[in-house]
Structure formats: structure tokens, C-alpha cells
Design a binder for this molecule. Structure first.
Ligand code: AMP
Ligand code: MG
Length: 330
């Protein structure tokens, strides 16, 4: 696997492998993606294979600007256009009716496609230089912790020969995945996955926005009929190999003599033996989001019997952090 840097030559070389059907590890403001040509069914299949991702879990397609993104749809709901105009480029994914000629696997057979215009300058340079839309899920093996720096991608993708290289632009500035929003009809605007764009901010433009509890989405006729409940919202995901126990703030786990523990704290350090990671000593959810996945990886590598983590305040980026922690814990 090549290790590229954001020089003009390296960006051109990475873009050339994308045009030839190869895959690359690719920096965005959310997490590192595993990118391939979204219009090439072979490249799309290779992404699923390299990640070990089940084929019912659709991919997000990235475009250099709003017009290029909308060109991949068969229809743009007015609410989607309003959100795109306000928040693209940025950590927002919009699920819209798909153009019929896109590879089926991209959408896992759904009638919709998930689209995003990323804000990261290197990501945008690659999109422009490659001249194709890029399908890019996070560059980790399925179910595992998302990569927030190039070294994580090298770790996750070693031995995958369809992956030509990773383009290293340093650590991601946001650290959690995009917020996914869909439009299941009757003017509804629904958050399928909380993420890097806080719901409070979306609400300023879409006051009626709903946050769906994915465990209940199947009971919602508006979502189930169109098959639009987000298929990738699995209970266990973003998970370290070490069992993780998630506690309410202020609680301590019962003593467990003989078991080693690692601690993932929001701001305060608990009393206890073993490795400790503090997400943000200042208690800042934005800082915590950038550090979340790297802290989880270090605790996982510490080879303790159990990781103890605490929920963070549930607003702003805190919602996305709690979502990832609860799915790491299940
Ligand atoms: P990621 O693993 O970060 O690439 O996230 C992709 C997620 O976006 C999927 O797991 C789904 O939850 C969601 N998604 C992608 N495409 C669609 C779609 N067509 N309909 C609903 N949700 C989608
Ligand atoms: Mg992922």
C-alpha cells in the first residue's frame, strides 16, 4: 500500500488509481474513507469486499459540489435543497431518490442514494482531479472503530490488495461520521444517524426535523414502506475487540477483582487502576469527538479485560458520541 501526501503529484497518482478502478484511503473532515469510483460496479463491489461489509449496508457517495451531487438523483426534495444550500460542503449526508443507472450495490438495492459534499480541502482536490463521484464508507473493517488518521487506515486495510494506498493529510478535524438525513415523503425530514452536524443546528433550517429511534423505525409506516430506514444502523458497530461497558455520568462499576480495566472518561479522571483516556479535560464535546475513536483504539490495544466508558452530555456533538459509544457497548 502506498503512503501518499497531499502534494500535486501524489494527489494526481491517487486520482489515477481511482479512475482505473482502484481503491484508496482518503481523508475527509469526518473520518478517513475507503474511496472508489461510485459509477463502477466493480470498484463498488471491491469496497464491500475490502471492508467485509454486508451488502445490505449502502454506501455514501461524495461529490465535489451540489450540482454534481444532485446529478446523481432522479428528484431533489425541496427540503433537501434547502439543507444542501445551508450545510454543504460539510458533514451532512442526504438520502434522495437515485438515478436508475447507478450500480445497484451502491444503494444496497434501495430506491435511494446517500450523497455528501465533503468540506476537507484534500478530499475536494481528489474529487476534482479524479473527475468521478466517489463512494466512500469509513476505511475500517466492518463493525470496527472508524479511522481518524492514516496510520489507522494502514492498520485496518493491510493485506487488502485492491487498496492502492492511503493519502495522508493528518488527523481528521471532526472525528465522527456525517449526520445522515432522509426525506421519506409528506414533507418529513428525518435524522437516520446522528453525526458531525448537530441536530440543533439542522433544526434552524428544518424546524420539523425528527430523530428516528432506529430500533422503532420498522414500526413507522412512512419509513418502512419505502424501505428507507437506514439499513446500516446496526446495534453493534464502531466496536473495539475488548468488551465495553457504558455507564451514566457519575456512576462507578462494581469492583471486579482480578479483572483489568481501561477507562474512557469525558473530562474527569476516575479512581481506579489501569490505562485512562480523557476525551476532553475542558469537557468540550467537539474536542471529545475528534479524540473518541483514537482513544478507543488505544484502550483496545492496551489488552485489558474490559473498557469502562461514560455517556457524555447529550447535546451538540455529544449525541453522536453517545450513539457511537452505545453501539460500541452492545
Ligand atoms: P458509512 O458507514 O459511514 O459509510 O455510513 C453509511 C450509512 O449511511 C449506512 O450505514 C446507512 O445507515 C446510511 N445510508 C446510506 N445510504 C442510504 C440509503 N439509501 N438509505 C438510507 N440510509 C442510507
Ligand atoms: Mg462506517
Amino acid at each position: 500500500m502506498k503512503h501518499w501526501y497531499p502534494t500535486e503529484e501524489d494527489i494526481e497518482e491517487a486520482s489515477a488509481s481511482l479512475r482505473q478502478g482502484g481503491l484508496i484511503g482518503w481523508p475527509t473532515e469526518t473520518v478517513y474513507g475507503l474511496a472508489g469510483n461510485a459509477l463502477d460496479a466493480g470498484a463498488v463491489a471491491a469496497i464491500f469486499a475490502a471492508k467485509g461489509r454486508p451488502t445490505f449496508d449502502p454506501l455514501i457517495v461524495h461529490a465535489p459540489d451540489m450540482e454534481a451531487a444532485f446529478a446523481l438523483t432522479s428528484e431533489v426534495p425541496p427540503e433537501a435543497r434547502r439543507l444542501a444550500e445551508s450545510f454543504w460542503p460539510g458533514p451532512l449526508t442526504l438520502v434522495m431518490p437515485r438515478r436508475a443507472d447507478l450500480p445497484e450495490l451502491l444503494s444496497a438495492g434501495l430506491p435511494t442514494v446517500a450523497l455528501r459534499v465533503p468540506a476537507h480541502s484534500v478530499a475536494r482536490k481528489v474529487l476534482v482531479s479524479a473527475g468521478i463521484p466517489l463512494a466512500a464508507p469509513s476505511a475500517n473493517r466492518f463493525g470496527r472503530i472508524s479511522p481518524t488518521c492514516a496510520e489507522h487506515v494502514l492498520e485496518e486495510m493491510q493485506g487488502q490488495d485492491r487498496v492502492a494506498g492511503v493519502l495522508d493529510a493528518g488527523p481528521c478535524t471532526l472525528g465522527v461520521e456525517s449526520t445522515v438525513v432522509g426525506f421519506p415523503g409528506r414533507g418529513r425530514v428525518v435524522v437516520y444517524r446522528t453525526g458531525g452536524l448537530p441536530v440543533e443546528v439542522l433544526r434552524e433550517v428544518a424546524p420539523g426535523i425528527e430523530v428516528v429511534d432506529v430500533r422503532r423505525a420498522e414500526d413507522d409506516p412512512g419509513l418502512a414502506v419505502r424501505g428507507e430506514q437506514s439499513p446500516g444502523m446496526l446495534a453493534r458497530h464502531y466496536a473495539p475487540r475488548t468488551p465495553l461497558r457504558l455507564l451514566e455520568p457519575g456512576r462507578m462499576p462494581p469492583p471486579a477483582p482480578g479483572r483489568t480495566r481501561g477507562w474512557l472518561c469525558f473530562s474527569a479522571v476516575p479512581e481506579g487502576k489501569g490505562p485512562v483516556e480523557v476525551l476532553s479535560t475542558e469537557g468540550d464535546p467537539e474536542v471529545a469527538a475528534t479524540r473518541l475513536f483514537a482513544c478507543l483504539r488505544r484502550l483496545d490495544a492496551a489488552e485489558v479485560d474490559e473498557i469502562i466508558a461514560w455517556r457524555v452530555p447529550n447535546h451538540g456533538l455529544g449525541r453522536a458520541i453517545n450513539d457511537r459509544l452505545s453501539r460500541a457497548a452492545t
